[in-house]
Design a protein around this ligand. Structure first.
Ligand code: GSH
Length: 215
């Protein structure tokens, strides 16, 4: 299977999940500025929304939406601790987290900060909103190692990926010590380190190409 991925994108969570499950994924890096693949293919042919992640499944079909791709991958390894079986309350609790991370943290909180066109007044509203959500998350993490308790799940791959954007926006996480400890704990997992390393190497390749093209 193939993951359409971006260096600083939320698609990192999918790569982490695949590595946790030891499901080999080919990584295809998308140029999100041109929306083209390395061979020049228009990425909208892969995902008509133009967003990453997209998973190309074994039969050649495409699946989009990170939260759904992560569930799909976890379900390829029945019995894995990354996601409880269908019908269990534990599964819905994990999905409750996935929805909070995708809607509240990613889209509601961080997205306005990424957009250059966001007016300053709205930027500060988004920051306030995000602070509230991160503060709540910090409280939730006060009595557990991972979102679901002691076991790492797909929700942690998702949460880590999005919450690490605090670094990209120089948001000081010192007021939220449980969140900081969580990010350190999760970031020390070998799956996370390997996924981050792959993204870092691609980032270096992209900067070298940019340098080459401008000289
Ligand atoms: N609902 C989608 C959103 C994915 C998304 O927003 N991805 C960002 C990267 S983190 C993206 O592709 N942005 C480019 C764009 O919106 O054109 C999901 O959860 O997978």
């Amino acid at each position: 299977m193939k993951l359409y991925h971006e260096v600083r994108g939320c698609s990192l969570a999918v790569d982490i999940v695949a590595r946790e499950l030891q499901i080999p994924l080919e990584l295809e890096w998308v140029n999100m500025t041109t929306k083209r693949l390395k061979d020049g293919t228009d990425y909208f042919q892969v995902n008509s929304k133009g967003t990453v992640p997209t998973l190309e499944m074994a039969d050649g079909q495409y699946l989009s939406e990170g939260a759904v791709i992560m569930q799909y991958l976890a379900d390829q390894s029945p019995g894995s601790s990354l996601l409880a079986p269908p019908g269990t309350l534990e599964r819905y609790r994990t999905l409750e987290w996935m929805s909070f991370i995708g809607a509240d943290l990613h889209k509601g909180g961080f997205m306005p900060l990424f957009k250059a066109a966001t007016p300053p007044e709205y930027r500060s509203i988004a920051r306030q909103y995000l602070n509230g959500r991160l503060g709540w998350l910090n409280t939730q993490l006060s009595d557990r190692n991972y979102l679901m308790g002691s076991i790492f799940t797909i929700a942690d791959a998702h949460c880590y990926t999005i919450a690490m954007w605090t670094r990209a926006h120089a948001i000081d996480t010192a007021p939220w010590p449980h969140l900081e400890a969580y990010l350190t704990r999760t970031g020390s997992r070998s799956s996370v380190k390997a996924a981050e390393q792959a993204a870092r190497e691609q980032g270096e390749r992209e900067s070298a190409e940019r340098m080459h093209n401008t000289h």
